[in-house]
Structures are given as C-alpha cells and as structure tokens.
Ligand binder design. Structure first.
Ligand code: DHE
Length: 574
C-alpha cells in the first residue's frame, strides 16, 4: 500500500488515542452529528495538485475517493481548503510535520477535542483510514469556482414573465399552502393547509434545503444543497417551475426582496462553495451580480479563503439583504436599491453565524453564532450591531426563533440549543423594557440536547421545542411544549407530545423535526422524518388542546424535514 512512500514521520501517536473503546461523547454528540457535509463537492472530479518528491504514492482514482470522503466528512470542520474552521487546519506544513502514523492514529481513534473516531467506530475501513492519512500529506485540491459564465449556462427561463398568467388561475388558498422539503428525494411537496392534500410534488436540487416566498406570496423559491434554485409560480393553473439556475456547488440559503417598492424585484442566494452570494432578477432568476465573501476575519483581521454564506433574510426597514457570513463573523447589509453601485455595510458580529430570525417588530434580526454560544442582534433600521448575547447554553440553534410576550419581561425572542437542554429567552424591547434588552432574561430546560428548532405564533400561548438529534430515540421523536402563562414560575414545566408515536410508524427510528404553524396560527405541523426507504409522516397538532389533529401520510412524503407556510414565511411570522 505504501510502496515508494518516504514520509517525515516525526510523531508517535499520542497514547491517549490508542484505546480501542470509543471515548464517550467524542464524535457522537448531537452537535457532532450536525456538521456540514459537502456532498455535492464530493461528486466533483478534482485533479491531484503537483506532487512533491516525498509525497505518498496515490493514484488519481484514490485521490478522487479521498477527496469525496474529505468533502463529505471532514470539510465541515476543517474547511474545504483545509485551512481550519471549527476544526484544526490540515495544511501540509502541519500534516507533514506530524507525519503519516500520527494522522492514521488520529483518524482511527479521534481526539478528546471533538475529532470523531472514524476508524474504531467503523465509519471508515482500515484501507480508507490509510488513504485519508496519505491524502492529507498531499496539497489540497481547489474545487472549481462558479462565476457568471457557469451561472448563465445553468440558467433556464422555463416560462418568461410575459407568458405567465396575469391573475391567479387556480383555487388554492395560497397563503395557507405549505412547501415541504422532501430531503432525500430532491423534491418539495406543496400541501394545502386546509385539506392536508398534496397539491403537487416538484423535482428540485439535490438534498433540497429551504424554501422562501416572494413578498407578494406569488413565487416560491427553493434551494438544493447543490446550489440549484427553482422558482415556482403559484398563480399558474398547476403551480410550476418558471425559472431555474445553479448558483454554486454547495449552497444553503435563498431569499427575496421585501422592502416597500421592491417587492418581488430581486432574489438572492448564498453559497458555501464558492464562498459568494448572487443577486438575481426576482421575476426571471437572471443572475445580475455576484459578490465574493472571501476576506478578513472580523476580529483577528486575518484572511479567510472560504467564508460560507449562512442565513440570508430581507430587511423590512430598508432595501437591504442581511447576509450572514460564517467564518469571518461578519454580517453584510447589502443595499439592493442600486446594485450597479452596490453599497454593503459590514458589521462585526461573531464567528460561525448560522441561522436566525426577526423579533416581533421585525426591526431586529437575531442570529446564532452557534459555535461561539452567542446570538448577535442587528438593528436593521439603524444598520448596526445592537447586542451580542451569551446565551448560557451550548450551540444555540433557533431556526428562525420564537417571539413571545413574556408575562414578566415583555417581548422576548427564544432559541433552543443543539448541545444541551437550555432554552434562552432574550429581551427584545429596548424602548419598553430597556433593562432586559439583549440580555437573557430566563432559561427554560427542555427534554435534552439535540434541539434544532423552536416555534410559536402570535396567536399561540405555547412554545414548541423539538429534539431531533437527541441520541435517545424516544426524546428525538417527542416535542416539549411550554405554556407562556407558566413562565412566571422559577422553573416552568413542559408537556411532552409523543409525536413519533402519534404518527403510528412501525419501522425505523423517525426523528420529529421543525414545527411550523398554519396561517391562522391554530395548528402546528411537525415532520416525522424517517429514512428514505421507510414511511415518514407529518403530524398536525391542535395548538389549543395540544391534541393530535391529523396524520398526513402519503408514499410521496419521502424524508420530510423543513416546512414553510406561505404566509408565515413571507411575512416573517414566528
Ligand atoms: Fe439546515 C436552515 C445550514 C443541516 C433543516 N440550514 C438552514 C440555514 C442554514 C443551514 C445556513 C439558514 C438558511 C436561511 O435562513 O437563509 N443545515 C445547514 C448546514 O450547514 C447543516 C448543518 C449541514 C449540511 O450539510 O447541510 C444543515 N438542516 C440540516 C439538516 O440536517 C436538517 C435538519 C434537515 C434537512 O432538511 O437537511 C436541516 N435547515 C433546515 C431547515 C431550515 C434550515 C428546516 C429552515 C428552518 C426555518 O424554519 O427557517
């Protein structure tokens, strides 16, 4: 295997890792399960960069296999270019000084700092561990860029605006439709919120991620992990894709302009690779302007070659998109009123920005810097940082968060956490409750770690907290519900909804994920997310009684995860 292989093997493996047992908590925590996987980059053929004389022997085929494993399993922490992110850098100056044996042991046994034990867990075979140790000694390949020529080549204006209807041609109640991610099918299902019937299923990008709705409520935008955007016209007799484009090799976010006078004018999509965002025409998806996010980390002022674009939201107070750049910790306010003379306000926030949502007035945007256990608050009216809040829990993950009127502290926004059972309530009313603004006013404690999404609705008196990534099957299939009136108590109790059990699924271990209210706010839908080859479901809960109201099952409902109610999504109601 290692013939002709001359290596600077300098370090013996640390005895700590030379244990056969999997150390508890190393690589199996919910936070470790929830690491970005560059699945589409893994499909790209990459060339071996010029080999150095003492590089290990590797064939092109092996190199491609190793690059696929690296992009899918390692890039999330160590970066596509191996320059480090939440994990350590793996540049060749470091890997070559550590040497082959050290790398092999490290990959096999993991580390107490959070590196999974890929070998002893059986995730990688001995041959694959050997391959990865050799791969890391060679210069990393750079995946291709994706600029205007690539985007335009991928752009397909299926139905030009002049050929589209001038009024709604179907009887659907658009504002109460749900766009449901069918993750592993690469599809979304459009479900009628009143009848629970599937209206249509659309083919979309690979491992489709989120949906967003244009300000008017007419257009639905969907983005796949492979950067493919579908734009669906809900006015057509049979809602259909009217335009599509690929914006990069790895992407997660899409949004459309919402400021008065610019409704439906622009769309924007952010990519993980290449690190950039693109502003597109809101009626056709024609790409208009690409902006790179490569640049300096906000505090160290050191260059980062691959700062991924995480969540993007549209301001209601200015003609701006709020673009959250993960690795540099910067929030960009991108003024779209004149995109040829683009003005971008760059706000220093915190590293590892991920997901977030508005407060109830929609003036403040709160976004989790998840690996820093903080929430950054942007005043979208003034265009500046309003606060940086230590949440007191591990790895905040709010989705879009939950806004409630707290019986003691007034308006608060809440996030749950991936790393533990904490739910943090943050004061959001600097005028009415100045002492509480941008501070954690209360902690609640839910079912356990592994929470991804928290949800409520202005008409609801409940806060729903999921725990899909909890290692306990029963907890990952349940939801905790807090009553807002109980928040006067020191440690409010919660009701457990056994959503997984209600779904009545015989096989597999489905996880219950992401509550989403209907337009009226009297029911909340949860996905019961099973593996691709097994039955999944959506369970609808009555918000007043907390009883099961409906189980939606259909053979087309393959791996449902995110659900986006048209009204709540376009109006930022949560
Ligand atoms: Fe997501 C939102 C990134 C894994 C379901 N996810 C987001 C956003 C980002 C993101 C940046 C915010 C988009 C916005 O608001 O513009 N997600 C990532 C990842 O990098 C990560 C950790 C790993 C990966 O390789 O993709 C990841 N996400 C997942 C899942 O495994 C989930 C649970 C199931 C799935 O469908 O893949 C998942 N992510 C979601 C959902 C939202 C989301 C449902 C939108 C929530 C909302 O209410 O707005």
């Amino acid at each position: 295997m290692l013939a002709g292989f001359v290596l600077p093997v300098t370090m013996a493996a640390n005895a700590l890792y030379a244990q056969e047992e999997k150390p508890a908590g190393h690589g199996d925590s919910p936070a470790n399960e929830y690491v970005f996987s560059a699945t589409t980059l893994g499909q790209i053929e990459v060339e071996i960069p010029g080999l150095k004389p003492d590089d290990p022997v590797i064939t092109q085929e092996e190199f491609n296999q190793a690059a696929t494993i690296y992009f899918e399993r390692c890039a999330g922490c160590h970066g596509v270019l191996r320059k480090g992110a939440t994990g350590k850098p793996l540049t060749t100056d470091i890997t070559r000084s550590n040497g082959y044996d050290y790398l092999k042991d490290f990959i096999t046994y993991g580390s107490p700092a959070g590196m999974p034990n890929w070998g002893t867990s059986g995730e990688l075979s001995e041959d694959q561990v050997d391959l990865m140790a050799r791969y890391l000694l060679i210069e990393p390949p750079a995946p291709p860029e994706f600029g205007m020529a690539d985007m335009r080549a991928s752009w397909d204006l299926v139905v030009p605006p002049e050929d589209r209807p001038t009024k709604q041609m179907n009887d659907l109640k658009l504002d109460n439709l749900f766009s449901v991610t069918l993750r592993d099918a690469g599809q979304v299902a459009l479900i009628d919120g009143a009848t629970y019937e599937i209206v249509r299923v659309f083919d979309t990008g690979y491992a489709v991620h989120i949906s967003r709705i244009s300000a008017s409520g007419r257009y639905l935008f969907v983005i796949g992990r492979d950067g493919k955007v579908n734009m669906i016209d809900l006015w057509m007799e049979e809602p259909s894709t009217v335009a599509e484009i690929k914006v990069g090799s790895e992407a997660r976010s899409i949004e459309t302009s919402k400021f008065e006078g610019f409704e439906d004018t622009y769309a924007i999509a952010g990519s993980y690779w290449p690190p950039q965002y693109v502003i597109m025409d809101g009626a056709t998806l024609e790409p208009l302007k690409i902006v790179s996010t490569r640049g300096m980390i906000y505090d160290e002022q050191e260059y980062h070659p691959e700062p991924r674009v995480a969540s993007i939201v549209a301001s209601h107070f200015r003609p701006e998109f709020i673009v959250n750049v993960k690795e540099t910790g910067k929030i960009q306010l991108v003024d779209y009123s004149d995109i040829r003379n683009l003005k971008v306000t760059e706000i220093e926030a915190e590293r590892f920005l991920h997901d977030g949502g508005f407060d109830s007035t929609k003036r403040y945007f709160l976004v989790a810097a998840n690996a820093r256990n903080k929430v950054a608050v942007i005043d979208t009216k003034e265009g500046k940082l309003a606060g940086l809040v230590e949440t007191g829990g591990l790895t905040p993950h709010p989705g879009r968060g939950a806004n409630i009127d707290h019986p003691v502290y007034g308006p608060v926004w809440a996030t749950s956490h991936l790393g533990d059972e904490t739910i943090s309530l943050i004061g959001t009313d600097p005028e009415g409750h100045p002492d509480n603004a941008w501070k954690v006013v209360q902690h609640l404690y839910g079912l356990g770690g592994g929470s991804l999404f928290i949800k409520t609705h202005p008409t609801s008196n409940h806060i729903y907290v999921d725990t899909p990534l909890n290692p306990d099957a029963e907890i990952s299939a349940s939801v905790a519900v807090f009553n807002v009136s109980d928040l006067t108590q020191e440690e409010p109790e919660y009701t457990v909804l056994p959503i997984g059990e209600w779904a009545g699924i015989a096989e597999g271990q489905p996880r219950v994920v992401q509550g989403e209210f209907n337009e009226e706010g009297n029911e909340i839908w949860f996905s019961v997310w099973n593996s691709k080859d097994r039955e999944s479901a959506i369970v609808v809960v009555d918000d007043k009684t907390l009883e099961m109201k409906k189980v939606i099952k259909d053979e087309r409902l393959i791996t449902p995860t995110g659900k986006f109610n048209v009204y709540n999504t376009r109006a930022d109601v949560y």
